[in-house]
Design a protein around this ligand. Structure first.
Ligand SMILES: [Zn+2]
Length: 464
């Protein structure tokens, strides 16, 4: 059975086949790094992480390119507001995104290009559009001439007439309200790069077209992103790339956004929904489980209550595996059950796939109760296989957290205790200089010693 996916471009669920047999090329619009990520920002990355895992399990090699938009009006505005260089704002938030992706167990992309590292590719693409009569220079800006591209609006179903020109507004110099900026002329105090039509910086849409084709070629399999990017961003990417002569993406996949109280999540909702805040009150794997559990094309209404329920469901799966490990022994990753594969092949029907996981857990629990340990083991192996496709295999997460903190802490404990014994020996010999030197050396490594009635304890020194 083969994978069927909803293609926004055809508005149909079609059988997926990559251009090159066995190899899938995929571009995903990444973050505009003007602020740290909230849970709405990471849904897209998680959705396409599950797709990547499923494609890989189905025998495809996947090349995933996910960009970082590190030059943008919003980043420049944020820099001015904070009186901080724009590139410092971008770097700090890029690191916050990377950390959030890592904490949530996302497989890193094959490559993660930054827009500022691809200005020459953007200039080349813009020049091609100018040369072919699809773009024009106006007062140092360059605009895409929408009237020259008959298919404009076919992807999103929006043609642009009734929508705001948005952040590209320079209505006076544009030939048509729908035309959008490929290049913005230099403004005082703003970063600028030299081009044949004068200094300036790229518009947002051209960045993705240039980076996608730089790494995946003029035609590639899947272009992904959040539904909120469909218009104008993806419509404009498609128009400028195809007008230039690149066939561009064969499949367009869009995930629905995350809502709170029925509205699209935005930063005006405050800090409580930032990923690094949410993972203080929920285990990261439970947040991941929650965010991937809905169908990717369904809105996900975020609430702490729903997150709590998802966490409880996850712990039922985790508890079953722990009982099997306790009673029967180590559980390997088994084969993926046909029902799970059928659900995933049906446009990534994760809710149906998860229903099968929970059925398997229930069956495995009754096997354990009735003493059918071999049957319980088989169920557990299947559960691991299915959960690993969702990036939520509890035993894999247990190993990861051991490595990250548990095992490492044990090693540090041994090393610090050896130093503590040395220090005690120095003090017993009244060699206080040597004892202090040992304490100072530990302090340099970020470890504080605390003398207590029960002996010496250590802790990591508070970082500022
Ligand atoms: Zn993009």
């Amino acid at each position: 059975m083969s994978l069927r996916l909803y293609n926004t471009a055809t508005r149909e669920v079609d059988t997926f086949a990559p251009l090159e047999p066995g190899h899938v090329s995929m571009y995903l619009c990444g973050a505009t790094v003007q602020a740290p990520p909230h849970v709405g920002h990471v849904r897209s990355t998680l959705v396409f992480d599950v797709l990547t895992r499923w494609l890989t399990a189905s025998g495809f090699q996947v090349t995933l390119i996910r960009n970082v938009t590190d030059i943008d009006d919003k980043i420049l505005a944020r820099g001015l507001e904070l009186n901080e260089p724009w590139w410092s704002v971008a770097m700090r938030n890029e690191r916050a995104f990377t950390l959030a992706y890592d904490v949530l167990g996302c497989i890193p992309p094959t490559y993660e290009p930054r827009a500022t590292g691809h200005i020459p590719e953007m200039i080349t693409l813009i020049q091609r559009l100018i040369d072919q009569g699809h773009a024009y220079v106006a007062q140092g800006d360059v605009y895409f001439d929408v009237s020259t591209f008959a298919d404009y609006g076919a992807l999103s179903g929006q043609r642009g007439e009734d929508t705001q020109a948005g952040i590209d507004v320079a209505a006076a110099v544009k030939s048509d309200a729908r035309d959008f900026a490929l290049w913005k002329s230099a403004k005082p105090g703003e970063p600028a790069w030299d081009t044949p039509w004068g200094p300036g910086r790229p518009g947002w849409h051209i960045e993705c077209s240039a980076m996608a084709t730089r790494y995946l070629g003029p035609v590639f399999d899947i272009h992904g992103g959040g539904m909120d990017l469909l218009f104008p961003h993806h419509e404009n990417e498609l128009a400028q790339s195809q007008a230039a002569g690149d066939a561009f993406a064969r499949w367009w996949l869009h995930n629905a956004w995350v809502t709170t109280s029925g509205e699209k999540m935005s930063k005006s909702l405050g800090n409580s929904l930032l990923v690094h805040e949410v993972v203080q009150r929920s285990r990261p794997v439970e947040l991941r489980y929650y965010l991937v559990s809905a169908h990717y094309r369904s809105l996900l209404e975020f609430s702490d209550e729903a997150l709590g329920e998802a966490g409880a469901a996850y712990r039922r799966i985790e508890g079953f595996l722990a009982r099997v490990v306790d009673r029967v022994g180590a559980v390997s990753v088994g084969e993926i059950p046909a029902g799970f594969a059928a659900a995933m092949n049906d446009d990534l029907a994760v809710p149906q796939a998860l229903a099968l996981v929970h059925d398997t857990v229930r069956a495995g629990n009754s096997d354990l109760e009735s003493g059918s340990v071999e049957a319980a083991m088989a169920q557990a192996q299947a559960v691991r296989a299915m959960m690993s496709i969702l990036g939520c295999d509890p035993l894999e997460w247990a190993v990861a957290s051991d490595t990250d903190s548990g095992a490492l802490r044990t090693v540090i404990d041994h090393l610090v205790n050896a130093a503590v014994v040395e220090r005690a020996a120095a003090r017993a010999a009244r060699d206080y200089a040597a004892a202090d030197a040992i304490r100072d050396r530990l302090a340099d490594s970020g470890i504080s010693l605390i003398d207590t009635p029960d002996g010496v304890r250590w802790s990591l020194a508070e970082s500022e």
